[in-house]
Ligand binder design. Structure first.
Ligand code: GTP
Ligand code: MG
Length: 524
């Protein structure tokens, strides 16, 4: 396992796609794009009625499945299916139009019939929420429909020419950020929905809005590509105005850069109307919008390339949920390796030997599944009670590390009440599907973000352990948790090595795991 000494850390990249962060750090640019602090401030498809199938994800994240109209064809093996599979999470400030756009995608891909839409129109009208009918496709719970707010992550499926997509419709409301984290941690691609309606972009982007927090969380949780959809372009306050679109793009681009996205390579912007369904499946009609020559959403999504994960690597599947169904079923996304029917694997950290009885991809049973697939795996050898979300299904020969402390490189965002960050700081650690109380027990080194890579290392000042750091600092520290958690060095498995720290419902830092105790040990 690669280990890094603190002095290596200045030059340690987050990942190739994080080059922008490094560039920003090297240039000693503050993580700020304008007068606003970068830091998020979280205070702030038969009949669809059969669609509600809530899956309890415990305290951490809730997902509700939105099944397609047609029963899926039974399929023995998905190797026949040459289409790649990607998870796309819809993120963005509350009311930006994530569920509406998700619902429209299902409608445009033929998964919701006109009768159902009419029924939703009536139901929405009865609830005095006329314009919310498209969102009802994704928002299947009564509470969500009454309040017009997504609570649980909605999960649905659609296909473009070359790709099968699983949509994860995250809630935008600040109270449900943990559910958003759960959704984003399963995704490769994010669709960041931004409302262009007068005043709404501003509210979502400012301090207190969720736009920035969602972007930072998405990046940290491994969402490598972003499609930024500038939505509600049909709204009377916008009316497909190019200057409004340009204004939003020009404000978002620098922020996305400082959040670690390479805007040229990893980000696509496009104008859209989720409600009307413009620029989603088909390109924009010139009569509606004369200035847009670019692709529609389906085209962009279909062509997006995501970093490959290794199908031959060791098995790593963080478990997001489990249930009993004539055996123990675990759910999650395969981050590395291939799981085959009949395989013997380990459930970590409790080192339980298990056997794979069957594998389900979407609703289909398959013989094997590889990286980036969302699967349900039926296991023998373990009781459902002995599995917790955050556990990792892992190969026996090369199991995931199970530790109670680790070294992390943290980027401090915004501490509550501008508090200082010292040893003894307590927070909630969110790393893949793990949610665990943690304590910062030692600050090891503050990274000088002003030092350039080409500086003479000999001129470096000798390192002293800092007693405290403030907002904006990058610091290497030792982090402890009470229970064993399964994590990896970021450099080995980025998806299992990056995390967020939250206190009182607010993201205070993002980080990556840079050093683990020696193999077999849980502490240093
Ligand atoms: P949360 O789940 O609560 O975070 O909200 P959301 O982002 O899912 O927003 P939702 O889809 O529920 O839409 C919120 C409101 O915006 C509803 O009234 C929608 O009709 C309206 N809306 C969404 N997309 C569009 C659009 O393209 N044009 C217009 N004019 N209104 C839209
Ligand atoms: Mg919603």
């Amino acid at each position: 396992m690669a280990t890094l000494s603190p002095s290596d850390l200045v030059d340690a990249d987050w990942s190739p796609e994080d080059a922008a962060v490094d560039a920003a750090v090297d240039d000693a640019e503050p993580m700020q794009t304008d007068s606003e602090p970068l830091t998020p401030a979280p205070e702030d498809v038969k009949e669809i009625e059969a669609a509600v199938q809530s899956l309890d994800l415990g305290t951490k994240g809730k997902v509700k499945e939105v099944p397609p109209v047609e029963e899926p064809e039974p399929e023995e093996d998905n190797e026949e299916n040459k289409k790649r599979h990607l998870n796309v999470v819809f993120i963005g400030h509350v009311d930006a139009g994530k569920s509406t756009t998700g619902g429209q995608i299902l409608f445009l891909s033929g998964q919701v019939d006109d009768r159902t839409i009419q029924k939703y129109e009536k139901e929405a009208k009865d609830k005095s929420r006329e314009s919310w009918y498209m969102a009802y496709i994704m928002d299947t719970n009564e509470e969500e429909r009454v309040k017009g707010k997504t609570v649980e992550v909605g999960r649905a499926h659609f296909e473009t020419e070359n790709t099968r997509f699983t949509i994860l419709d995250a809630p935008g409301h600040k109270s449900y950020v943990p559910n958003m984290i759960s959704g984003a941690s399963q995704a490769d691609i994010g669709v960041l929905v931004i409302s262009a309606r007068k005043g709404e972009f501003e509210t979502g982007y400012e301090k207190g809005g969720q736009t920035r927090e969602h972007v930072l969380l998405a990046k940290t949780l491994g969402v490598s590509k972003l499609v930024v959809v500038i939505n509600k372009m049909d709204d009377p306050t916008v009316n497909w105005d190019k200057s409004r679109y340009d204004e939003i793009e020009s404000k978002m681009a620098p922020f996305l850069k400082t959040s670690g996205y390479n805007v040229k390579k990893d980000v696509h912007f496009l104008p859209l109307s989720g409600l009307v369904g413009s620029n989603i499946k088909d390109r924009l009609d010139k009569k509606i919008c004369s200035w847009w020559d670019g692709p529609c959403l389906f085209e962009v999504l279909d062509k997006i390339e995501v970093p490959l994960r290794d199908p031959k690597g060791p098995v790593r599947m963080p478990i997001i949920d489990k249930y009993k169904d004539m055996g123990t079923i675990v759910m999650g996304k395969i981050e590395s390796g291939t799981i085959k029917k009949g395989d013997s694997l380990l459930v970590m950290p409790n080192k339980a030997n298990v056997k794979v009885i069957s594998i389900y991809c979407d609703e289909k049973e398959v013989r094997q599944a590889g990286p980036a697939e969302n699967v349900r795996v039926k296991l023998s050898g373990i009781e459902e009670e002995d599995v917790l979300s955050g556990f990792v299904l892992s190969s026996i020969s090369n199991p995931v590390a199970a530790v109670s402390e680790f070294h992390a490189q943290l980027q401090i965002l915004e501490l509550l009440d501008n508090a200082i960050f010292t040893a003894g700081y307590n927070a909630v650690l969110h790393i893949h599907s793990v949610v665990e109380e943690c304590e910062i027990v030692e600050l090891i080194e503050e990274i000088d973000t002003k030092r350039r890579k080409d500086d003479d290392p000999k001129k470096k000042k000798p390192k002293r352990k800092p007693l405290f750091v403030k907002n904006g600092a990058v610091v290497v520290c030792r982090v402890q948790v009470n229970n064993l958690i399964c994590i990896e060095n970021f450099s080995d498995f980025p998806q299992l090595g990056r995390f967020t720290l939250r206190t009182e419902g607010k993201t205070v830092a993002v980080g990556k795991v840079v050093k683990l105790p020696n193999p077999g040990n849980s502490i240093f």
